[in-house]
Design a protein around this ligand. Structure first.
Ligand SMILES: [Zn+2]
Length: 271
């Protein structure tokens, strides 16, 4: 069986972008309102998953994917890691972009045990606080509350929390990009002069980076998220970083170039 994944090098980091089979083609108008005229015929594509970062200091996962309880193909990311010979026990660190179900529900088995038994966790303090606040319809998806309670207890004292930009693993900086959901964070990898910025859900598809000033109405705080997205675009361009997003179509890696005050151009990178 073959799985959808894409491998790339960022200096000493060997990265594997893994998809979990949750491909979807929603209308862009569900997110951008109004849709810019230039995008009237654009067909959006989203697919969840996670990214493995294998480096000299250990193995890191960015997010956990959909996991076992979210549909017939929802084990695919875990299976794709296994197909690459990645044992769950070998994952030392899990970095979270945010707490939506498609990013965290792959962290526990159906019986509530950790999928990555030796991992410690890194997350923004706002996400940790949200997990411990009274249940909120704005925060949780149906059925997710009990899962979050269990995950918070598993993560427990095995987590590092940050509330500002910080190196959270050798060569990996957490870059808070708030507004999508509580504590939403991007991660910047840097090794041997090469950089990659993982923007999480700050952009569901590269067109959200190209039209970075258009608010995404599905963000919890659309204007704050728009400002964070603009800062990520400028950071990626300024740092000469490759860019990847949680939901981009494979290979899902590209570079940005500023072409107008509120526009950037996405150039896919195959290597
Ligand atoms: Zn997502």
């Amino acid at each position: 069986m073959s799985f959808a994944s894409h491998r790339l090098r960022v200096g000493a980091f060997d990265c594997l972008v893994v998809k979990d089979g949750s491909a979807d083609r929603p209308p862009l108008s569900q997110y951008m309102d109004p849709v810019p005229a230039e995008l009237a015929a654009y067909e959006m594509f989203m697919e969840g998953g996670l990214m493995l970062v294998d480096g000299p200091e250990g193995r890191v996962l960015i997010d956990g994917g959909n996991g076992p309880t979210r549909g017939p193909r929802s084990h695919a990311a875990e299976e794709a890691l296994a197909a690459e010979g990645i044992a769950p026990e070998s994952i030392g660190t899990v970095l979270l972009t945010h707490g939506d179900p498609d990013h965290i529900m792959g962290l526990l088995t159906a019986s509530g045990d950790p999928v990555y038994p030796n991992a410690s966790y890194v997350l923004h303090r706002d996400l940790w606080d949200a997990w411990h606040a009274p249940p909120s319809a704005a925060l949780y998806f149906p059925g997710q509350e009990a899962f979050v309670r269990r995950l918070a207890s598993v993560v427990g004292d095995r987590c590092t929390r940050f509330d500002a930009e910080k190196e959270v693993f050798p060569g990996v900086r957490a870059v808070p990009a708030l507004g999508h959901r509580a504590g939403h964070t991007a991660y910047l990898l840097e090794s041997e002069g090469a950089r990659l910025l993982h923007v999480g859900d700050a952009a569901f598809d590269p067109v959200f980076l190209e039209f970075f000033s258009v608010p995404n109405v599905r963000d919890t705080e659309p204007e704050r998220a728009r400002d964070a997205r603009r800062a990520l675009v400028e950071r990626a361009i300024g740092d000469g970083a490759l860019v990847v997003g949680s939901h981009f179509r494979l290979p899902g890696v590209g570079r940005l170039e500023k072409i107008a005050v509120d526009r950037a151009r996405w150039a896919p990178v195959d290597g």
